[in-house]
Ligand binder design. Sequence first.
Ligand code: ADP
Ligand code: MG
Length: 302
Amino acid sequence: MSRQGLVVSRSNRVLKGTGIRTIVRSALALREGQATDTPRPPNIRYTLMTRRRRIYEGKAKVLYEGPEPGTLIQHFKDDATAFNAKKHEVIDGKGVLNNRISEYVFTNLNEIGVPTHFIKRLNMREQLIREVEIIPLEVVVRNVAAGSLSTRLGIEEGTQLPRSIIEFYYKNDALNDPMVSEEHITAFGWANPQEIDDIMALAIRVNDFLSGLFLGVGIRLVDFKMECGRLFEGEMMRIVVADEISPDSCRLWDIKSNDKLDKDRFRRDMGGLVEAYTEVAKRLGIIAENEPIGGSSPKLVQ
Ligand SMILES: Nc1ncnc2c1ncn2[C@@H]1O[C@H](COP(=O)(O)OP(=O)(O)O)[C@@H](O)[C@H]1O
Ligand SMILES: [Mg+2]
């Protein structure tokens, strides 16, 4: 499971530039899934000695200690889970795509003045983020009826909602992420009324931005989930958007065909998940039309 301290596979390429720095750089690049043209000496196994402290391993991502205090590295795994992890699969390439798509969304949010935890992407699977105190809520914004809203309220999937609706779910796997109201949130101290106002204002801005972004590339933003956190800067604290925004956390339907381009393909056993996420990335101009995607990083030998 852990990719720390791994042994890098051998290469039979020409020996050149094999100083320790070069070797460590190649090993790092390989581990992080970057292409590297640096030749490695043949028939020698190198063990990468740099160990990062793993802070948290979740269902789809791993958090490592970052290079500076107050930073973390967010690593995107290929694991797909649904129905509170009762359904689980490893889908080759998903992590790479989510890393790129989430980078694109968060970079744009930062640029339009919506504060986020995102600093920069480091490699194919990892990004540097600011450590925040996660507010234990999943904030869901809905524009079109789908999923649990349709089931709960008997509204046919695909029905345009009279206005965007914000819902809160308590982020707790053991309890199945139950839906909660502002009353619960304030009574149990998960967030105070001012913070709820800030979260809702952020949610609306993110929804407006994402709806326009996706509409521009022929995709309807049906709904999405976001997480927020408290970012402490000296004496000050502000609420920022954290975690990820990707086809794992959005419902995205093709405007014309209504084809699903999101994690419902996995939840509903439809197949073609990587192809759908690739389509989203291509339409957003994140990856080139002919760019190969879907493979993970180079194969690593234990
Ligand atoms: N900037 C951040 N600082 C601290 N924790 C974060 C930050 N961004 C996301 N997280 C947390 O990191 C975890 C990401 O891993 P994920 O696989 O999504 O976990 P989970 O299974 O808990 O949803 C989530 O629990 C998320 O709340
Ligand atoms: Mg998560």
